[in-house]
Design a protein around this ligand. Structure first.
Ligand code: FO1
Length: 329
């Protein structure tokens, strides 16, 4: 059983923890692992250079979460973190005072930056970093190219996504999101293959604009999703008409998509009508929107979507995989 998951950071990390727990239980290898293989294609649009370090927030959120090293309260960075280096950088007025790099986290960024300077690609550096823990999921950045998301605000500013997101908390109305240099970008090695050879492809309940949307914006990804024999199943990041966390509603508004479980599914589109979805998981709170999703040619599954712990995340993963395997019928 080969499962490929398109994923952003925090919501995607929790979902991947559920996928891993589910396959260990449903496809055990007798040694605590699984005979199934899980590959995560990870958004890199949030990445940036800061204080001479290459920061890759979504890759790190997923790595730390699967390693059991993440700060679950904050939603990013390492548990048991300190900020001595960050305080020094601030004293020198280096970096962004509103973007805190923890000491342990800086270890990861130094390791990544050092490998990049030695000529490794981001994917190769990610393989080295993740091999430190038995994550049970293979992480691949969607591209090795630097394709950073910029936000063009309605009053004309051009900000790196991270500044818009962490400094302004997405309160500056965005006119457009731009993936810099995206036209020249290529999927990282193995990305298209992991979509084409999958038995199941899942779109995690990540930000549909700046996480899933940026992955879909990399040349070749949409075509692979439309060509794969696997069923493509998305999980709504909206429950009861609200986003679960983060400021995804500000992103959806910016692109003219309503913050609603059916609107996001229609935004991704059904494979029959030029989009990427075969099926869509939505919460009981949004069950009344299921007919609109079905009418668009996307199979709707109404299931509990709250991921409170590994058990509920595993149940969600099981439902998503079931929607992919049963919709073959
Ligand atoms: N988010 C914040 O709101 N404030 C921060 O100071 C901050 C620092 C930070 C450092 C490393 C990292 O990997 C992530 C960090 N984040 C911070 C979260 C980050 O903005 C998000 O993980 C994603 O980029 C948004 O999905």
């Amino acid at each position: 059983m080969k499962i490929t998951v398109l994923s952003g950071g925090v919501g995607g990390a929790r979902f991947l923890r559920g996928v891993r727990a589910h396959v260990r239980e449903a496809y055990p290898d007798g040694a605590g692992g699984s005979t199934a293989s899980v590959t995560a294609i990870v958004n890199t649009g949030d990445d940036m250079w800061l204080s001479a370090l290459r920061i890759a927030p979504d890759l790190d959120s997923i790595t730390y979460t699967l390693a059991g090293e993440s700060d679950e309260e904050r939603g990013w960075g390492r548990v048991g973190e300190s900020e001595r280096v960050s305080d020094e950088l601030r004293a020198y007025n280096i970096g962004w005072p509103w973007f805190t790099l923890g000491d342990l986290d800086i270890g990861t960024h130094l390791a990544r930056t050092s490998m990049l300077r030695d000529g490794l690609t981001l994917a190769e550096a990610t393989d080295r970093i993740t091999s430190r823990w038995p994550l049970g999921v293979h992480l691949i950045p969607v591209t090795n190219d630097e394709v950073e998301t910029h936000v063009l605000t309605q009053d004309g500013a051009d900000l790196h996504f991270q500044e818009w997101w962490t400094r302004h908390r997405a309160t500056l109305p965005a006119a457009r999101f731009v993936q810099q240099n995206v036209e020249a970008a290529l999927p990282a090695p193995g990305v298209v293959e992991s979509i084409m050879t999958a038995d199941v492809v899942l779109l995690a309940p990540s930000n549909p604009v700046v996480s899933i949307g940026t992955i879909l914006g990399i040349p070749g990804i949409r075509a692979a999703l439309r060509a794969t024999r696997a069923r493509v199943v998305g999980v709504s990041p909206i429950i009861g008409g609200s986003v679960v966390r983060g400021m995804a509603d500000a992103c959806l508004t910016a692109i003219g998509v309503e913050t609603a479980a059916d609107a996001v599914a229609l935004h991704y589109g059904s494979r029959a009508s030029g989009g990427v979805l075969d099926a869509w998981l939505m919460a009981e709170e949004d069950a009344s929107l299921a007919p609109a999703v079905e009418a668009a040619g996307i199979r709707a599954s109404v299931v509990p979507l709250w991921m409170r712990d590994t058990e509920t995340s595993a149940a969600l993963a099981a439902a998503a995989i079931a929607a992919a395997t049963h919709s073959n019928t």
